[in-house]
Design a protein around this ligand. Structure first.
Ligand code: FAD
Length: 413
């Protein structure tokens, strides 16, 4: 069975991989236990982050570690009883965040990030996805002038090294750009390249529609049923067993549950996050997403309302939701913007699939011919889905990969 593949997981990464394979003539069945785009890809901040050349490091200063250890911050919290399960990946995360190793990771991350806008456009152009990609960038707000100056210096360095673009705004410039912000801030960095997606779920669904419109199939099924037969990979679906010569594991934070059955145990861990939508009072508007650096949450104008997304929660990925960060962020957000009532009945929760070296796993599943990995994109999986889909499809078809895939290979762990 040449050129046939099962793609497990219909998030932004799996849908993009399936579409790229389909465009190269593969027979593809995309399998998920839910409808497409209902995992982490559903409720994220919607940023296609061309500026995110630096992945999120583990904090290295004692003051930062103590602040997080108190478990009272908005940007990072943890379930104390879950900590034993995080010791190994977090120690490795800390190790990889040492400055010299971090630089290595950032360079490999930046190579993936560099083409993220073009890769989304390559899937979206000429389709109903285009209006969702708003070329308005996003802003990071700073309350402290010294932190703002330091951030501007870092942004200058990123501009000269990685070609990302920004405008530095003082308090007055920020107030002019976002006149409905209530409190004053020292200023902001406006990253001007990124797209802000007005409905992340709709974007994944649009790519999934292209996939089916060009002959791809979508089926409901549990990836845990994946097995190797004499000549193929097989998964059970609601429509019966599906066989294919190759399989792609794109299961986000759940990928390790499947790979470990085939001998590969990645140090994958989850950072959970929440969102809630709000109305705005009177004629207030927010022109683009803003991230309040001092408190660590994002406010993004979306179709459904102003979406507040929270930072990292370290908890078992299957533990019941505990949206304390949302409860802490909401009063601060109300001092920033004239938010009206909550729109959703309950907060949404999703899990960022993270690797300790801050790089995704893209490439062969070790020791399993015909099996491939595409997971671990952490804070930027929505950004990097199409980039990963292209890179993986090039590797699978034997074409020259458009960037060197070596830093993302599974064997590094
Ligand atoms: C609050 C928050 C804000 C974020 N903001 C941004 C942002 O602004 N920009 C950005 O780029 N990224 C952002 N991210 C990260 C981004 O959402 C993720 O990196 C990305 O969605 C991961 O995509 P994925 O396809 O790998 O995983 P998912 O979207 O989680 O897809 C995995 C799929 O696998 C399926 N699955 C799992 N187990 C099984 C099984 N056993 N059988 C069948 N199917 C299964 C799930 O149903 C799911 O559909 C954010 C994340 C969070 C939580």
């Amino acid at each position: 069975m040449p050129s046939s593949a099962i793609v497990l997981g219909a998030g932004m990464v799996g849908v993009s991989a399936a579409l790229h394979l389909r465009r190269r003539g593969y027979d593809v069945v995309l399998v998920d236990r839910q409808a497409p785009g209902e995992g982490a890809s559903f409720g994220n901040g919607g940023l296609i982050q061309r500026e995110a050349v630096h992945p999120h490091p583990f904090p290295r200063t004692m003051s930062e570690l103590l602040r997080i250890a108190k478990n009272r911050s908005i940007d990072a919290v943890y379930h104390p009883l879950a900590l034993p399960g995080f010791v190994s990946p977090l120690l490795r995360y800390w190790w990889h965040s040492e400055p010299a190793r971090y630089l290595h990771a950032a360079q490999a991350h930046a190579r993936l990030i560099a083409t993220c806008l073009d890769e989304h456009l390559a899937l979206a152009r000429g389709t109903d996805a285009m209006p969702l990609l708003r070329p308005i960038g996003w802003m990071r707000l700073y309350g402290d002038p010294q932190r703002l100056d330091a951030a501007v210096a870092q942004a200058e360095a990123a501009r000269s090294e990685y070609g990302v673009n920004f405008v530095a705004l003082d308090g007055r410039g920020l107030a002019a750009a976002e006149p409905h912000l209530i409190v004053e801030r020292a200023g902001a960095i406006h990253w001007t390249d990124p797209f802000s997606v007005s409905d992340p779920h709709a974007l994944t669904l649009s790519y999934a529609r292209q996939f089916t419109a060009t002959g791809g199939s979508i089926a409901r099924g549990d990836a845990a049923t994946l097995q190797r037969t004499a000549s193929a990979w097989r998964v059970q679906t609601a429509d019966g067993p599906v066989d294919a010569a190759e399989v792609v594991i794109a299961l986000g934070a759940a990928a390790g549950e499947v790979t470990r059955r085939f001998g590969y145990v990645p140090p994958l861990f989850g950072k959970r996050g929440y969102h809630m939508h709000y109305g705005l009072r009177g004629n207030a508007m927010l022109n683009r997403p803003v991230l309040d650096t001092d408190s660590g949450f994002l406010l993004a104008p979306m179709r459904a309302g102003i979406r507040l997304t929270t930072g990292a929660e370290f908890a078992r990925i299957d533990a019941p939701p505990t949206p304390v960060q949302l409860a802490r962020a909401e009063p601060v957000a109300r001092t920033l913007l004239p938010l009206a009532d909550r729109v959703d009945a309950e907060p949404w929760m999703g899990v960022r699939p993270c690797m300790p070296d801050m790089l995704p796993v893209i490439g062969r599943l070790p020791g399993q011919p015909g099996a491939w990995c595409a997971f671990g994109h952490a804070h930027q999986g929505f950004t990097l889905g199409p980039t990963t889909g292209r890179l993986l499809a090039e590797m699978m078809t034997g074409a020259a990969p458009f960037i060197d895939p070596a830093p993302y290979r599974a064997e590094r762990f």
